[in-house]
Design a binder for this molecule. Structure first.
Ligand SMILES: [Zn+2]
Length: 196
């Protein structure tokens, strides 16, 4: 759970997944005359290690290797590709589904009985990928309880931020209508004026 996920009221059960998808920041729009700087929190293996540690996802002694880093980047790319398509627009893209499934194979999960009497998903692996498996578990839990459909990618090409749609009908297309939504509406309006 990050400051950002709290700010946008992302459910705790999806917060790591939301943060993970947004470690890549492709926003490059101009707001109040300033171009938003792009960034990648997972620029290298050390960056991934730091990101996982901050969220309690790196077990003591677990080491982020080059292979872990590669697997994490592939998972993130496939996840973002999957979330890119609004579930309301019909089935998810077949290629995106296949790629995501391939990426997910490195993160096997098992049913875990918890002392409180509940069951949950736990990581099978015991290396650094175990922490990322817990992010993957959120994907499954979200799909079971319906919240995953509300995790979407902003429709603005200059943004591509993953956001949690809290609107009642779950039909939002932009991470922030006051920002990305308005920008696109203004642009479409100008284009119409030019066409006339
Ligand atoms: Zn946006």
């Amino acid at each position: 759970m990050s400051e950002e996920s709290r700010r946008f009221k992302v459910p705790d059960e999806l917060a790591d997944l939301y943060d993970f998808a947004n470690t890549l920041d492709l926003r490059h729009f101009t707001h109040h005359g300033v171009v938003h700087p792009q960034g990648d929190e997972l620029a290298d293996a050390a960056g991934l290690g730091a990101w996982m540690s901050q969220r309690g996802l790196l077990a003591a002694g677990a080491k982020v290797t080059g292979a872990t880093f590669e697997a994490a980047l592939r998972l993130r790319a496939c996840l973002r590709d999957y979330l890119q398509r609004d579930p309301a627009e019909g089935a998810r893209n077949k290629d995106a589904v296949r790629s995501l499934n391939e990426a997910l194979r490195l993160f096997p999960l098992t049913i875990e009985a918890r002392s409180g009497g509940t069951m949950g998903l736990g990581a099978v692996r015991e290396d650094a990928l175990a922490g990322l498996s817990l992010v993957v578990a959120q994907l499954y839990d979200g799909s079971r309880n319906g919240t995953l459909d509300r995790l979407k990618m902003c429709a603005s090409d200059e943004c591509r931020r993953v956001f949690f749609d809290r609107s009642k009908p779950a039909t939002r297309r932009w991470c922030m209508s006051t920002l990305c939504g308005n920008r696109i509406k203004t642009r479409n309006y100008r284009a119409r004026l030019r066409a006339d």
